[in-house]
Write a protein that binds this ligand. Structure first.
Ligand code: LLP
Length: 433
């Protein structure tokens, strides 16, 4: 199942976490994101269990909040004992609001401002993942001024191509992220970090990209990073306490996508790290991973109302809905495929080929092209599956469309994690003169 919490009831309606999708649409309006809490918890536990089996004690998954960032998620993540990858002061503020234990937060980003750095230190962020030399100097200076010795991981570019969408590759040498091993700059990055008075260098980080299905690129990255750790030991006598290998495990959006076995992948990656370390006489570092998508994507379903069905004779069919690129820009940006079901006709044959379009004044505002769904009409409810990641977090107010709410479905209870934006919210910051 693409989304494990789905079913079909006796009325032929889609159910989400045991609730009739039509009743949910009626109660909360559309468009709306529905997130199954149990799926998130199960995904967190799969990562935690595998790391505790295959990696040294103290190894933890850090949830990458960029995939879905709101206070309720940080609460759940904290309850599940994960750490967090935060990437902006806004994400930090959200985690703080949720009462997240900030010592378990890792602050990412390739362009942190002085004010971001000050804010993060004062919010008690445990560790910075430093992206570049300029940031390292700025952090050393500001931490010195604030009288702290800041824990740091260095973001290193291993220089590999994980064969995913061009826009979500991050580990190649010419990437805007991190400092490359290949050019010889990474070793100087470590040298500088070790020389800084207000920096405590704890380890190394890399992230090769996102929506990656094969284990090989992760294994390759892990081996390159351990080889690099070996050079660090040789050069400076310094060994990383933490090796953070980033996020990126792929998620099934459509039936054709392969299954990812989280346990199996982690076993292979940890095995590679351990065997190279042993050969090289390095202590095996704690292994951190930063899953975002694979924690929240398959917990989410977005419900829309069909506004029109347009059959362009001899060409194609459009189904237009009351949302689109403003709540899910992923098809517009990356041509990402989605599985779509007409929620009130879920048991009917999916034989109507169409393009599902959003409401924006822009031809590229599409959710899917050439998909087969049940024949539908205005007023029907459309469910787009697997929208828990990078939908709400990338949503916009283009065309001044308000953002949908996030409704959390828990066992025996449901609650609104983020309210629907109102027109007042839309104009709240406007000044007429
Ligand atoms: N760690 C770092 C440093 C990252 O940059 C990312 C994602 C992650 C972890 C989490 O990766 P994940 O496990 O979610 O693949 N907007 C794009 C995805 C961009 C990913 C950015 N970085 C999308 O919608 O596909």
């Amino acid at each position: 199942m693409i989304v494990p919490c789905l079913g079909i009831n006796d009325n032929g309606h889609l159910t989400i976490a045991g609730r009739d999708a039509l009743a949910l649409a009626e109660k909360y309006g559309t468009p709306a994101y529905f997130i199954d809490e149990e799926t998130i918890r199960a995904n967190c536990r799969a990562y935690k269990a595998a790391l505790s089996k295959y990696a040294p004690e103290g190894s933890i998954p850090l949830y990458a909040g960029k995939a879905l960032c709101c206070a309720a998620i940080y609460r759940i993540i904290a309850e599940e004992g994960l750490g967090a990858d935060v990437v902006s002061a806004g994400e930090i503020a959200t985690a703080v609001l949720a009462g997240f234990p900030m010592e378990r937060a890792y602050f990412h980003g390739n362009a942190k401002t002085d004010s971001d750095i000050r804010y993060a230190i004062s919010a008690g962020v445990g560790t910075f993942v430093v992206d570049n030399f300029d940031e390292l100097s700025a952090l050393d200076r500001i931490a010195g001024e604030l009288g702290v010795r800041q824990r740091v991981l260095l973001r290193i570019t291993p220089g590999i191509d994980p064969h995913t969408h061009r826009k979500i590759i991050t580990g190649s040498v010419d990437s805007k992220f991190g400092v490359a091993i290949e050019t010889g700059q990474a070793i100087n990055f470590v040298r500088e970090a070790l020389e800084k008075k207000s920096i405590e260098l704890c380890g190394l980080h890399c992230h090769i990209g996102s929506q990656i299905f094969e284990p090989d690129p992760f294994i390759e990255a892990a081996s390159i990073m351990v080889e690099f750790a070996k050079s660090c030991k040789k050069e400076f006598g310094w060994e990383p306490e933490i090796l953070n290998l980033g996020g990126g495990f792929g998620v099934r959006y459509i039936e054709d996508h392969p299954h990812i076995n989280i346990d199996e992948n982690i076993k292979k990656v940890c095995g590679t790290v351990a065997s190279i370390c042993e050969e090289a006489g390095l202590r095996v570092p704690k292994i951190f991973l930063e899953p975002g998508r694979s924690i929240v994507a398959n917990a989410g379903v977005t419900l829309y109302t069909v506004c029109s069905v347009k059959e362009i004779t001899g060409y194609k069919n459009y189904v237009a809905v009351d949302g689109g690129m403003t709540d899910n820009p992923r098809y517009a940006l990356y041509s990402s495929p989605y599985t779509i079901i007409v929620a009130n006709r879920a048991s009917e044959p999916a034989d109507f080929e169409c393009t599902v379009a959003g409401r924006c004044c822009e031809s590229g505002d599409l959710l899917a092209e050439g998909v087969k769904i049940q024949k539908c009409e205005r007023g029907d409810i459309l469910a787009v599956l697997c929208t828990g990641a990078y939908n709400y977090s990338m949503a916009s107010n283009y065309n001044r469309v308000p953002r949908p709410p996030i409704v959390m479905l828990a066992q025996g209870s449901e609650y609104i994690a983020v309210e629907r934006e109102s027109y007042d919210d839309i104009v709240r910051l406007d000044r007429v003169r």
